[in-house]
Design a protein around this ligand. Structure first.
Ligand SMILES: C[S@@+](CC[C@H](N)C(=O)[O-])C[C@H]1O[C@@H](n2cnc3c(N)ncnc32)[C@H](O)[C@@H]1O
Length: 447
């Protein structure tokens, strides 16, 4: 640790912002890493892991705390409960850190932040856990499967129940397990600038570890870099961060050189910029100026001139676009359950009520944007969730209500992903089952 910045204190502040406030974990992490860009790579990695994993596992950590405290976690001072959470995470899951150091640092931090009177309480709980951690007990699976999965995979009860209702037990558990795994950075090669092989070479030269995706030859997973802006290949627009699942949208859309594509919910521009590699013209829209600027920044970095950006609410019909698009991409707001491994606070904030509102919004947007598709043109509906109400059920609703038909998407998918549903024009990817995030894609063609 450096003299000036205490990594643990940085994490404590971040936890307070996310678990006690209303900020999103990935936003808070990006802000703090940017602020502490001068720190050693190793220390930034420590901050990243301690913060993201404490958030990811906080229900499990609270369950452990309550075995050693008569005061329920919810009644503790916010600073104290988050200090305990992050300290127990280090004791339970970070073997290389001496337990006594964790305890001493926690006591020092409690005092520094004005809780001298509670430093003995913190010390007592942590020392007891260190002593008894091998004998900890967890819920009995045979008595209560839901409670077991909730605590072991730190996932709210309603969500565990939904997964068990919608998928078989083994699949639900695989999804939950995958959501706790450390996530790598997935990238897409900008083939308008560089070939995938050349990009791989460039990254290796910059000291990055690169693995090609089993699904697409221009998708990679990268490790061993500090931050993206430090890489010349990133600054020069040779790649963008995007999960391979999301790249399949443009594959399935079958975009041609002469095509006009409208991407109705497009920020930060992943699919629009991929479409721009092939299409004549792309109209990339989103709700706010801030979001549109994100697309513009990415567009400039990656060097595209055929993308027009526009602030436009997708629930409002743009009369000028009716029957005009060869392809409409509707990558809509959703419950995000396919990316809870990357943005774990989603699993604590989402609710079934919100999912129902999202289904309404998705249907509302689809009913508007389907008008933009030319006769014979394509609409691709996608989400980064695994909730069937937002995915398969919306697909069925769309087919019942609009003059579109389905077709097999097998010609655009790798062999491993082809199956019964892809012949009917849709694909549900699941984290832990597939080698990607959870993601849904459905293709429709206007009759
Ligand atoms: C799943 S994200 C899109 C990701 C993007 N397609 C990509 O690949 O980078 C959904 C987007 O929908 C936008 N959005 C939400 N409601 C909207 C609306 N009514 N009209 C337009 N965009 C909206 C959000 O701002 C968000 O950027």
């Amino acid at each position: 640790m450096t003299d000036h910045v205490n990594g643990r204190e940085v994490v404590l502040d971040m936890l307070l912002e996310v678990l006690e406030g209303d900020k999103y974990s990935h936003t808070v992490l990006n802000q703090h890493l940017k602020k502490h860009q001068f720190l050693e790579k190793q220390e930034r990695a420590f901050i990243t892991r301690l913060f993201t994993d404490t958030v990811k596992r906080y229900l499990t950590l609270d369950y452990i705390i309550e075995q050693f405290s008569t005061l329920p976690v919810r009644k503790m001072k916010p600073l104290i409960r988050n200090l305990l959470r992050m300290s127990i995470y280090q004791i339970m899951y970070m073997d290389q850190i001496p337990e006594s150091a964790v305890c001493n640092e926690a006591v020092k931090l409690a005092k520094k932040r004005g809780f001298s009177k509670l430093s003995g309480f913190v010390n007592g709980i942590l020392r007891n856990i260190i002593r008894e951690k091998d004998g900890l007990t967890f819920p009995d699976r045979s008595k209560n499967e839901v409670e077991y999965l909730k605590i072991m995979y730190s996932t709210p009860e309603w969500l565990v129940k939904q997964l068990l209702e919608q998928y078989d037990d083994a699949t639900a558990e695989a999804v939950l397990k995958a959501s706790l795994r450390e996530r790598e950075t997935s990238i897409r090669c900008n083939r308008a600038k560089v070939s995938p092989d050349q990009l791989k070479e460039n990254l290796i030269e910059e000291g990055v570890i690169v693995e090609r995706s089993e699904y697409l030859d221009y998708a990679f997973v990268i490790h061993n870099y500090d931050y993206l802006d430090k890489l010349q290949s990133f600054r020069q627009g040779e790649f963008t961060v995007q999960d391979v699942s999301s790249m399949l949208v443009c594959e399935v859309a079958e975009i041609k050189e002469s095509d006009f594509v409208i991407d109705v919910c497009s920020a930060p521009g992943g699919k629009s910029l991929q479409a721009a590699e092939k299409a004549r013209r792309v109209s990339a829209r989103d709700l706010t100026e801030y979001k549109i600027n994100l697309i513009n920044e990415n567009c400039n970095r990656m060097g595209f001139t055929n993308v027009e950006t526009l602030v436009w609410d997708a629930t409002v019909t743009d009369e000028s676009m009716i029957n005009s698009a060869d392809v409409v991409i509707a990558d809509l707001p959703c419950s995000g359950l396919g990316v809870i491994g990357k943005k774990s606070d989603i699993k604590y904030r989402m609710s079934h009520e919100q999912q129902k509102e999202l289904v309404e919004l998705q249907r509302n947007i689809l009913s508007v944007v389907q008008q933009y598709v030319k006769k014979g043109g394509v609409l691709v509906y996608s989400t980064c969730t695994i909730n069937k109400e937002e995915n398969e059920e919306n697909r069925n609703w769309f087919l019942e209500n609009y003059d579109f038909e389905t077709e097999s998407i097998d010609p655009y998918l790798p062999k491993q992903l082809q199956g019964e549903t892809t012949q009917k024009g849709y694909l549900q990817l699941l984290q832990g089952v597939h080698n990607s995030d959870g993601f849904f894609i459905a293709k429709f063609r206007r009759k």
